[in-house]
Ligand binder design. Structure first.
Ligand SMILES: Cc1cc2nc3c(=O)[nH]c(=O)nc-3n(C[C@H](O)[C@H](O)[C@H](O)COP(=O)(O)OP(=O)(O)OC[C@H]3O[C@@H](n4cnc5c(N)ncnc54)[C@H](O)[C@@H]3O)c2cc1C
Length: 79
C-alpha cells in the first residue's frame, strides 16, 4: 500500500499546485484524479497575477511566459 502525508483529491489546477507547494516545503503528497488527463475544453485563457507569483516561487514563471501566446487587450467601452 502507498503511504503519504497528504492525499490530494483532484488534478485540476488547484490539486497539482498544492502538490508543488507541499513538495517545495518537503511534505510528501499524492494527487488522485478520476480523469485520464485529456481535457476536451481548456479552462484557462489567462493567468492572474497571484497565480504568476506562485509560479515564480516554484521557478516556473519563465517557462510559462515562453509557452504562452501573445494576447491583445482592447477596450470595449466607447471612446
Ligand atoms: C470556460 C472556462 C474558462 C475559464 N477560464 C479561466 C481563465 O482564463 N483563467 C483562470 O484563472 N481560470 C479560468 N477558469 C476557472 C478555472 O478553470 C477554475 O478556477 C479551476 O479549474 C478550478 O480548479 P480546481 O482544481 O479547484 O477544480 P477543477 O478544475 O474542477 O478540478 C477538479 C478536479 O478534481 C477531479 N475530481 C473530482 N472529484 C474527484 C474524485 N472523487 N476523485 C478524484 N478526482 C476527482 C475532477 O475530475 C477535476 O479534474 C475558467 C473556467 C471555465 C469553465
Amino acid at each position: 500500500m502507498n503511504e503519504t502525508d497528504v492525499l490530494i483529491i483532484g488534478g485540476g489546477p488547484v490539486g497539482p499546485a498544492l502538490a508543488l507547494d507541499l513538495r517545495s516545503r518537503g511534505v510528501a503528497c499524492m494527487v488522485l484524479e478520476t480523469m485520464d488527463g485529456r481535457i476536451r475544453h481548456p479552462g484557462v485563457g489567462t493567468v492572474g497575477p497571484r497565480s504568476m507569483e506562485l509560479m515564480r516561487r516554484w521557478g516556473l514563471a519563465e517557462r510559462i511566459r515562453k509557452a504562452a501566446g501573445t494576447v491583445t487587450i482592447r477596450s470595449t467601452s466607447p471612446g
